[in-house]
Design a protein around this ligand. Structure first.
Ligand code: NAP
Length: 282
């Protein structure tokens, strides 16, 4: 009983804080787009996910920081979010495991009382020539990159639909949905597949109040691409193919995700956009 009363008090205190922030925003002309929203960002302990979590928090969202192994880095991201005046929790979970995903959404819902935004960012990349690729390599990568986004989305949508709540999903694909790079016969199809997943989920979920879109990042400076950023023999050739002539920063994906997640994108669903400095388009 006492625990429930304390939780209720916390929820009410948070609602008062959100309302006073909204009032302050309105007085100041209003720039934050996600005040009062709760966003679950998968794979938010590092790289692009961290950049997305940071920008969403700056736009007013509370953040659920998912990770699979790097607890310490996930805690750092949660602390960064808190330093911006937002609430944050970390949740360990493999996006390819239904048990983990159900538990992750349960914990987020229990902690914050709702979820408004799901960013399906967690992903892995390996580079293996087609003739050498094993069944296990294919299965693990497609399980995380494609089935994981489907699974997280299904659990998220079932919860929202059951509660009659609206929401937003942003899938993180890749420039490789539209571009061939060597050794990616397993990776690239998962990313192109996300376009079809986005369109098809959008068709079924938008009428129920859940918009679904996809962002395809280009070359972004993270652990995933550290190997290429350190290759003076390769990097200039790649940068020459990019109209902006440089790699992107994780926050430059975060700002586009924040737009998709916000009401500014209220008439936007089922779309995939390349945020790649002009790589696919060159
Ligand atoms: P990264 O630096 O390697 O970070 C990967 C993140 O995903 C980490 O937070 C990791 O958690 C998490 N993760 C990995 N497997 C997971 C699983 N099974 N369940 C839950 N979390 C998992 O990668 P990144 O460069 O930020 O890439 C993020 C997304 O953008 C990926 O989907 C990737 O395919 C896509 N992308 C990246 C680039 C690029 O240039 N970097 C370009 C196009 C698309 P731990 O820290 O716990 O391991």
């Amino acid at each position: 009983m006492l625990a429930r009363l304390l939780k209720l008090r916390n929820v009410l205190q948070h609602k008062v804080k959100v309302l006073s922030e909204l009032a302050k925003q309105i007085r100041q002309g209003g720039t934050m787009k996600l005040i009062g929203k709760v966003a679950l960002v998968t794979g938010a302990s590092r790289g692009i996910g961290r950049g997305i979590a940071e920008v969403l928090a700056e736009q007013g969202a509370d953040i659920v920081v998912n990770y699979v192994s790097n607890e310490q880095q996930a805690e750092e991201v949660a602390n960064l979010v808190k330093s911006k005046g937002r609430r944050a929790i970390t949740v360990k979970g493999d996006v390819a495991s239904r048990t983990d995903v159900e538990a992750m959404v349960d914990k987020a819902w229990h902690e914050f009382g709702i979820l408004d935004v799901l960013v399906n960012n967690a992903g892995i990349e390996t580079i293996v020539p087609f003739l050498e690729l094993t069944d296990d390599q294919w299965t693990r990568l497609t399980d995380v990159n494609l089935r994981g986004e489907w699974l997280c989305s299904q659990v998220f949508c079932r919860r929202l639909v059951a509660a009659s709540k609206p929401g937003v999903i942003v899938n993180i694909g890749s420039v490789q949905a539209g571009k061939v790079l060597p050794g990616r016969t397993h990776y690239a199809p998962t990313k192109l597949g996300l376009e079809a997943l986005t369109r098809n989920m959008s068709a079924e979920m938008t009428p129920l109040g859940i918009r679904v879109n996809c962002v395809h990042p280009g070359l972004i400076d993270t652990d995933m691409t550290a190997w290429v950023m350190k290759r003076p023999d390769l990097l200039p050739g790649i940068l020459a193919q990019i109209s902006l002539g440089r790699a992107g920063a994780p926050r430059e994906i975060g700002t586009v995700v924040a737009f998709f997640a916000s009401d500014d994108a209220s008439y936007l669903t089922g779309q995939s956009i390349h945020v790649d400095g002009g790589w696919v388009g060159k």
